[in-house]
Design a protein around this ligand. Structure first.
Ligand code: TXA
Ligand code: MG
Length: 356
């Protein structure tokens, strides 16, 4: 039985936070809201508790989990080396959507890090998450609270759909503001590397650290057999709705022309078509079910909607979703990374000069 606890994020009720913390302390699972997406949490230092996370999600055991903390002091107990960049980055971005990958301490179970010698740690910027972590007192491992492969949940109803009956508690704390996951940054080497773009942009990190690199799997496909990528999550089909997704990149008027042509073809073939447009283009399409993801000039609005809309399209029963690409600057890098994966690398590029 899963208990659903509604908590007010403006002033989290102490008795409810205590209830959820008790469940975590005794080896149970609690889904909680963060500023990015909902997380499925368990005591990171309790291997049996962590096993329940993998079971509930149907997650492959070679994909490591992020550990959530509420106080920077907890980080030093989880790593074997403290990189110089930790304090600079924590000062600038914690609490916030940035996960730092560092050398792990032997205290962290292998199951959490999927056998890697590194561990990802972040401090979420959410009143409920922070209150829960503080009350629990132990570091909490938490992946996004979706069934493995589905779009990440940004509201409680998504979590209830995927996780009801599979976890002990689901906290309903309203919509997640950022809407896509944290940036995963590897700071074990001389040059920090973005393994997964997310809520904190490459430009923001660069401003604080100077030189950074972006892992080639951010837009590319991982297909080398027998080679282990640095961030194992890149291997898997991800963020995918049930419908086929086709992503179209290029200048916006060419994108719209191509999507319209494809939409008509699909409809002529008897398919139900969804079009993921933007505020600027949503009125250009005379066919299909058209939904705007947000404002091209304010991509944060698109980030906040993207996972919710992929789920919404599935509810309309469309067979195919034709999605407009956006500029890869700022948070656009994370949005396009998720879209490319949602599309299973099914991407049409209309203007070669736009390629990264
Ligand atoms: O915003 C977020 O990060 C959310 C919320 C709940 O905090 N969590 C989240 O977790 O997105 P998950 O498990 O869905 O994604 C974690 C990603 C995966 O791609 C995983 O491969 C990568 O982080 N990761 C975790 N630990 C790592 C490590 N030690 N080295 C490299 N990549 C790591
Ligand atoms: Mg996930």
């Amino acid at each position: 039985m899963t208990k659903i606890l509604e908590i007010n994020k403006n002033s989290p009720e102490e008795d409810k936070i205590n209830q959820a913390a008790e469940v975590l302390k005794s080896g149970g699972t609690v889904v909680f809201p963060t500023e990015t997406v909902y997380g499925l949490g368990a005591n990171a230092l309790d291997e049996n508790a962590v096993k329940k996370i993998f079971a509930a999600k149907g997650r492959p055991s070679d994909n490591p989990l992020i550990i959530h903390i509420w106080d920077i002091g907890q980080a030093s107990g989880l790593v074997s080396e403290i990189p110089g960049a930790l304090h600079t980055l924590a000062e600038a971005f914690w609490p916030g959507p940035l996960t730092l990958v560092m050398k792990k301490s032997p205290k962290v179970p292998e199951l959490v890090t999927a056998g890697l010698d590194t561990v990802g740690i972040r401090m979420p910027d959410h009143t409920i998450a922070l209150a829960l972590l503080k009350e629990t007192g132990v570091p909490v491992a938490a992946p996004s609270a979706n069934i493995s492969g589905s779009p990440s949940p940004t509201r409680a109803e998504h979590v209830i759909k995927d996780m009801n009956g599979k976890v002990d508690i689901i906290i309903d704390g309203g919509d997640c503001i950022v809407g896509l996951e944290s940036t995963v940054l590897d700071i074990t080497g001389d040059t920090p590397v973005i393994l997964r773009p997310g809520g904190i942009t490459a430009e923001q990190i660069q401003e604080v650290l100077g030189k950074i690199a972006v892992d080639k799997h951010v837009y590319g496909k991982f297909d080398a057999q027998g080679v282990r990528p640095k961030s194992p999550g890149v291997k898997y089909r991800h963020y995918s709705p049930k419908a086929e997704v086709i992503l179209v990149e290029g200048p916006v008027d060419q994108i719209a022309g191509e999507i319209l042509r494809q939409a008509r073809d699909f409809e002529a073939g008897g398919k139900k078509v969804g079009i993921l447009a933007t505020d600027q283009t949503k009125d250009w399409y005379p066919c299909g079910i058209v939904i705007s993801a947000g404002d091209r000039n304010n991509p944060q609005t698109i980030a906040a909607n993207i996972f919710k809309l992929l789920r919404q399209f599935d509810e309309t029963g469309v067979d195919v979703i034709l999605a407009e690409g956006i500029d890869k600057k700022g948070i656009g890098m994370a949005i396009m990374n998720r879209m490319i994966r949602a599309a299973g690398y099914n991407v049409i590029k209309l203007d070669k000069q736009q390629e990264e």
